[in-house]
Structures are given as C-alpha cells and as structure tokens.
Design a protein around this ligand. Structure first.
Ligand code: PAF
Length: 286
C-alpha cells in the first residue's frame, strides 16, 4: 500500500489503476482507525479491484470549542490497519493541500433540510464542512463507489443526497455499525472515555434497542417513548443532546403511519459526545 500526500500523486496513482482496467473504491476517514473502518475497507475490497482510503481531519467540519486539536492522529498504526484490511492507496493530505486558498473563501456544498436538526442543530456548519470535503475528495479520487458507516446515519443521508443532487456517478454503500461486545458502537471518540464513563456507555445502545422493541410491539406514542429513553440515559450518567424517532429516509419526525424508522441519539458522557442510531423497518420480517 502506497501513501501519497498530494492531489497530483493521488490522481497519478488512480489513473494508473484505471489504465489497468481496475474499478476504484473509496473510503474517506479522519484516521484513528478501528475495526469499523476496517469493515468499510473490506467491503470496498470485495466490490472493486483498487481501494483508496483517505485520512484527513477536516477543520471545516469542526465547530469552535470542539475536539479538532485533540482528535487523535495515529498515521503509522492506521497505515498498518489499512494494509491489513485490503487498502491499496492511502491519501493523507495536509490542511494546506486540501485548502490551498485557505478556508474562509472556500466554495461550500450545502445540503439543506437533511443537514438541519439532529447533529446539524447541535453542530452548526458541521454538515456543510462534511459535504464540502467529501465533494472535494470525490472529485480528487473519482471513485466508482464509496463506503460509509451507518453509525453516522445523518451524514450518510446527506452524502447520498449530495451525490444524487450533484449528479455524481458514484455508488454510495452504507455499512452496518460495528459494535463492542457490550453493544457500544465503535468510534474514535470512545478513546476519550475514562473507565467509569466507558462502563456507562453501553446504556446508549441499550436505550435504542429498548425503544425499538417497544415500537415493534405496537407502542407508537413516540414523545412518551423518547421521554422514557431520555430518563434512562440520564439515570445511566448521560447528558442527552437529542433522542429522536425519525423517518429513515427523509429524517422528518416520524408519524404513527411511518414504517421505515430510525431512532437517533446523541448524548454526552462528561465532555465526550457520542452518537448512535437504530434503523427499524416495521415491514421487515422478524
Ligand atoms: O465520517 C468521517 O470520518 C468524516 O465525517 C468524513 C466522512 C471522513 C469527512 O471528513
């Protein structure tokens, strides 16, 4: 696996692969990789002949006071994991390479509606930063397909919309969330948790599964389920940011008639904000 740091080198390596008739898959990341990322790379490797991953901690998607500076940078360990997972080329650009003109005047990509509410409400500008960097990366790599984790459910919806609306010929694949044995979704931010917080953290997914079980047996009073879920989170030591039941495609608040649902949560343990979700389609066979 080669690591390149410039757009010029990236384009040359991808062009070589294309000239050999290879299909290109792409997995964008911010590094500090775990088995969830490895699953994304492995999925891409099943589908195409040449897998490109990127590691770039994108300043444009972090708000003031967020964890941009302390976000873990672990390039050497990440390179090993990518190689093992079947990656062929790593693009690890600097901020200057990605934003040579600076960020203030950078053209932005905005996906309205889907970017509003949920994480978009708590992190203003976040999805504009994500949509912008992902569009740039897509234009640099020009992959046939790209793989993203379903853990970032709203992000995945935003990226599907931008690819559709901007007519990008890229297939977007959503991969199921990889979880620790106790149910906690793997995330680079789990590393911020102390032992006591880590012990509380599985309550996040437990709350989602309990709500989903209640919905499956016909409880459709979503405000009551949400209030109960929030109480559970508080008792487990969380400070909830949001807990919502939404339509899984539009992300609008769910109605009793909706069948394709997603329960989404963001909650703080100390200063660490964790997110998770559970997608349930009531028309699926048990
Ligand atoms: O999910 C992430 O790691 C990031 O938001 C992404 C998609 C790599 C864009 O910076």
């Amino acid at each position: 696996m080669n690591t390149v740091k410039t757009v010029r080198e990236l384009r040359a390596a991808v062009a070589r692969a294309r000239s050999e008739g290879k299909r290109i898959g792409f997995v964008p990341t911010m590094g500090n990789l775990h088995s969830g990322h490895a699953a994304l790379v492995a999925k891409a490797a099943q589908r195409v002949d040449f897998v490109v991953a990127s590691i770039f901690v994108n300043p444009l998607q972090f708000g003031a006071g967020e964890d941009l500076d302390k976000y873990p940078r672990t390039l050497a360990a990440d390179q090993e994991k990518l190689l093992e997972a079947g990656c062929h080329l790593l693009f690890a650009p600097s901020v200057e390479e990605m934003y040579p003109e600076g960020m203030a005047g950078q053209t932005r990509v905005c996906v309205p509606q889907l970017s509003e509410g949920l994480c978009g409400a708590s992190r203003p500008g976040h999805f504009e930063g994500v949509a912008t960097v992902v569009s740039k990366l897509f234009n640099m790599v020009q992959p046939d397909l790209a793989v993203f984790g379903q853990k970032d459910f709203q992000q995945l919806a935003v990226i599907r919309a931008l690819v559709r609306d901007l007519n990008m010929p890229i297939q977007i694949i959503g991969e199921p969330t990889v979880r620790a044995p106790d149910g906690l979704a793997l995330s680079s931010r789990n590393g911020y948790l102390n032992d006591e917080q880590r012990a509380c953290a599985p309550a996040l997914y437990r709350t989602l599964t309990q709500m989903a079980d209640a919905i499956k047996v016909g409880k459709h009073d979503f405000p009551a389920l949400i209030a109960q879920g929030q109480q559970q989170l508080i008792e487990a030591g969380f400070r909830p940011d949001y807990l919502e039941v939404r339509h899984a495609i539009t992300l609008r608040p769910a109605t009793e008639q909706d069948r394709d649902l997603v329960i989404l949560v963001a909650a703080f343990l100390g200063a660490t904000r964790l997110i998770d979700n559970l997608h349930l389609n009531l028309d699926d066979k048990p």
